[in-house]
Design a protein. Structure first.
Length: 413
């Protein structure tokens, strides 16, 4: 009898994780370039998994714009193997062709002899289910955002486990059909060393670079400039802030400790603006007084922006899966006003619950912004308390421990 196609050197039983071989994890993401919170989380988690001694390979799609290998250098520095993945999309009209493409990808993944396939884009669950089945590898799906499906049905089954970045996302995906007992909540973490508290010199330097007066109360929003992220609601609320600020705002924190004349508050918007959203955002900015809004392009290094700000606002209309901006800002010692829904409301618990608001209530949003600017000036301990909250609850250690526990528990046994 012919034995062609059988690999006698590596029998199937040796796929099991043993002390002689570290767990082998296949990370599946979209592009490698950091275009949002998911991409940043994937890179940071991959770095931590490698540091913890796991054998990591990454499947990714080429960048949709710019260089096809944008973002690759950071992964090359980690020494992980990179693979171009097939198109993750699945459609009813193209079901046969899509399924054949997924089968071919599954056979390629099978050759990697993984212990677990970790899908970081839950919208591509059909790809993950079929590829993991063909590859004979358990699938772990990271629920970074709200469900893309009304009802998952059988798609949620199989050897599939789920990691939710918040209890809010766990509830949302359970309502869509994921068995609750298959969901483990592993909140995201942030490296507090990467988002340090500022010195007076750093605040001054950041403001000088941005052309912001030392005494100007400065409110920062960074992220995608889209209506779903609450940017239009924030701009409407900003008009209310400006209308009442002169009557109630004290002088903002002055890095030199000297008294300075009052300045009108400034809103800084930093992020990517899609062509379809640009007209509405520009109209909202044009309706405000000249010089009251500073628009900056998207940037990877947001620490100088955080150091220049007195307050950060995260006014998402669609509930955030987690709220990474919240923990980054608080790690840097900046108070945050954020939506009470989703992951942001979950982070701002206990004493921080008073910093939450319904962002669609623009009058309430404006009042909350002014209230927190007041508190930032009158309570010099606020920044340190923000940082301590993140360090205790959302630092890298608890996140990594939960992630490692889940991947090891759901991998091959």
């Amino acid at each position: 009898m012919s034995h062609r196609g059988i690999d006698r050197r590596r029998p199937r039983r040796r796929h099991r994780t043993t002390a002689a071989r570290p767990p082998r994890v296949g990370v599946v993401t979209n592009g490698l370039a950091i275009t949002g919170g998911v991409e940043r989380c994937v890179l940071e988690d991959t770095r931590e998994l490698v540091a913890a001694g796991l054998d990591v390979e990454v499947w990714h799609r080429p960048a949709v714009s710019g260089p096809a290998d944008a973002g690759r250098a950071a992964y090359d520095d980690l020494g992980v193997r990179l693979h171009h993945a097939s198109d993750y999309r699945f459609g009813l009209r193209s079901a046969v062709g899509d399924a054949l493409r997924f089968v071919r990808q599954g056979l390629a993944v099978r050759r990697a002899r993984l212990d677990v396939l970790w899908l970081n884009r839950p919208e591509f669950l059909p790809w993950g289910r079929l590829v993991s089945t063909v590859a004979g590898v358990p699938l772990v799906v990271h629920l970074h955002h709200a469900p893309n499906y009304a009802r998952l049905g059988l798609l949620a089954g199989g050897r599939t486990e789920y990691l939710a970045v918040s209890h809010a996302m766990a509830r949302a995906w359970a309502a869509a059909g994921v068995p609750p007992q298959r969901i483990t909540v592993v909140p995201n973490g942030v490296d507090t060393d990467a988002f340090p508290a500022s010195t007076p010199h750093q605040v001054r330097a950041a403001r000088v670079t941005l052309g912001i007066d030392d005494a100007t109360p400065t409110v920062l929003y960074y992220g995608r400039l889209t209506p779903s992220k609450g940017v239009l609601a924030l701009l409407e609320a900003w008009g209310r802030v400006l209308a009442t600020a002169s009557d109630r705002l004290p002088v903002t924190t002055v890095t030199t400790g000297a008294t300075a004349p009052r300045r009108e508050p400034l809103l800084v918007l930093a992020g990517a603006l899609r062509p379809g959203d640009a007209p509405a955002v520009q109209r909202a900015i044009d309706a405000l007084p000249d010089g009251s809004v500073l628009v900056l392009p998207e940037r990877d290094d947001v620490v100088p922006l955080l150091h220049a700000a007195d307050l950060v606002v995260v006014p998402s209309i669609e509930p955030e899966g987690f709220g990474r901006v919240v923990v980054e800002a608080m790690s840097a010692g900046r108070p945050v006003v954020a939506a009470a829904s989703g992951g942001t409301g979950e982070i701002l618990a206990d004493e921080w619950a008073r910093f939450t608001v319904d962002p669609e209530d623009t009058a309430a949003l404006a009042k909350k912004v002014l209230d927190v600017l007041d508190e930032a000036v009158h309570d010099p301990s606020l920044g340190a308390r923000c940082r301590e909250w993140v360090r205790e609850h959302y630092g890298p250690e608890p996140h990594l421990a939960g992630l490692l526990r889940a991947l090891r528990a759901h991998g091959r046994r």
